[in-house]
Design a protein around this ligand. Structure first.
Ligand SMILES: Nc1ncnc2c1ncn2[C@@H]1O[C@H](COP(=O)(O)OP(=O)(O)OP(=O)(O)O)[C@@H](O)[C@H]1O
Length: 391
């Protein structure tokens, strides 16, 4: 037996429900050969016992017909979070933690923050996904250097794009530009649910989610679909931005999302020639708001030209220049966020039971115009299909 023979045998084993084999998916690891004895580990993304059993049977049969005698086929499945580590509805249980990145208004640097925090968390050894749920202005693909790249679709699942060591998916990578601009209510809910259910995310330590600006349907849908472990809000130091950010923090409270802190972005300016820091929009002005919400400023990120060029060119500063002042601040913010996530989990985990739709007996929760117009759910459906979360 050789590694080539083993791989060729296993490449005949399709992943259940897909038209692609387990070798192409990259699920086959640790091939050990001793004469005709073969030991392999198959690392899968499903935690369903029947999938593991089917793969074990098919892989063992394939190896046997390729000439192996003693076969040890170890199927590794994702660890489902401990009972009690989070509560309520969770349509993406292979993801351990969810971090919602919000802002009161557009253009304050929410996507820039999401990208750099995601990269910082990955640099600190976490398995990270980055979901661009800013359906109205999906610019994460450009910032991650994968603009225009279409993800691979397999069956009815989409495989996340990989960049800078993290898994990424964006509405921008799935549809034509501007297509989502008129989306409202039920369509947004459906899109958010699909991002979580129909994307083949691996077993992640954390999914960083870049939300659309403001406090609307997308935020509510996300909070109802998964227990969000922590939320951060991004603001600039000007009073008008702070007012809007207050609404964001209020929303976290209403949705039972633990607040991990505030990123004050464009906080001062570091002159690239001298390194001297100047106040432009102000600096430290978010502190009273942090006190009001019993949270903290986890980073003051200055206006730095290389943050913008890094975004435009798809070269995030935290990856390409981790020793820069701004990158150090993103890394410190990521540490602080992780500490909050651990604290939340140590205290029973996130819980979205309180934000599920409540329905008086005999009345459908699908009471919005768009949802009411949707086809009636079949008895076997997991949900009514409108994403209203009523089942
Ligand atoms: N600290 C910073 N220094 C320099 N440029 C920055 C900084 N933060 C963000 N930018 C730039 O400001 C612009 C807006 O940032 P970004 O797209 O991250 O904002 P946003 O809040 O996600 O906007 P929207 O929600 O409207 O999509 C981008 O060109 C980005 O590169």
């Amino acid at each position: 037996m050789t590694e080539e023979i083993v791989k060729s045998a296993l490449s005949k084993v399709m992943y259940p429900g897909f038209t692609k084999d387990i070798v192409t998916f990259g699920f086959v690891n640790n091939i050990e050969i001793n004469g005709t004895d073969v030991s392999v580990t198959i690392d899968i993304t499903s935690s369903a016992p029947e999938v593991a059993q089917q793969l074990k049977d098919e892989a063992t049969a394939a190896l046997k017909s390729a000439g192996a005698s003693a076969i040890n086929c170890n199927i590794k499945t994702p660890v489902i979070p401990r009972e009690g580590s989070s509560k309520g509805k969770n349509i993406a249980p292979q993801i351990k933690n969810f971090l919602m990145v919000s802002s009161g208004k557009g253009g304050v640097g929410k996507s820039t923050t999401s990208v750099n925090i995601a990269i910082a968390l990955a640099a600190q050894g976490k398995k990270v996904g980055l979901l661009d749920a800013d359906i109205y202005g999906p610019n994460i693909p450009r910032m991650m250097g994968v603009d225009g790249m279409k993800p691979e679709v397999n069956g009815n699942k989409v495989i996340p794009i990989k960049a800078y060591g993290i898994e990424m998916m964006s509405m921008g990578a799935l549809m034509e530009e501007g297509q989502a601009l008129i989306w409202r209510g039920a369509m947004i809910m459906k899109a958010i649910e699909q991002f979580l259910r129909d994307i083949l995310w691996s077993e992640l330590d954390v999914l960083v989610i870049d939300m659309p600006p403001g406090t609307g349907d997308a935020q509510l849908s996300l909070a109802q679909a998964v227990p969000v472990t922590a939320g951060i809000t991004v603001t600039t130091p000007q009073g008008v931005s702070l007012d809007d950010s207050r609404r964001s923090l209020n929303m976290f409270q209403k949705l039972d999302i633990p607040i991990a802190g505030i990123v004050e972005n464009m906080s001062g300016f570091i002159a690239p020639d001298t390194g001297v820091e100047y106040d432009i929009f102000g600096k430290g002005t978010a502190q009273p708001m942090a006190d009001e919400f019993n949270t903290k400023i986890i980073a003051e990120i200055p206006i730095e030209p290389s943050i913008r060029t890094g975004g435009d060119e798809g070269k995030p500063i935290t990856f390409v220049n981790p020793s820069s002042e701004s990158a150090k601040r993103y890394l410190a913010a990521a540490e602080s966020i992780w500490a909050t996530i651990e604290e939340v989990n140590a205290n029973g985990g996130a819980n979205n039971e309180g934000v599920q739709p409540t329905t008086p007996p005999g009345v459908s929760a699908c009471s919005t115009g768009a949802a009411a117009a949707a086809p009636a759910p079949k008895a076997s459906d997991e949900s009514c299909g409108t994403g209203c979360g009523c089942h």
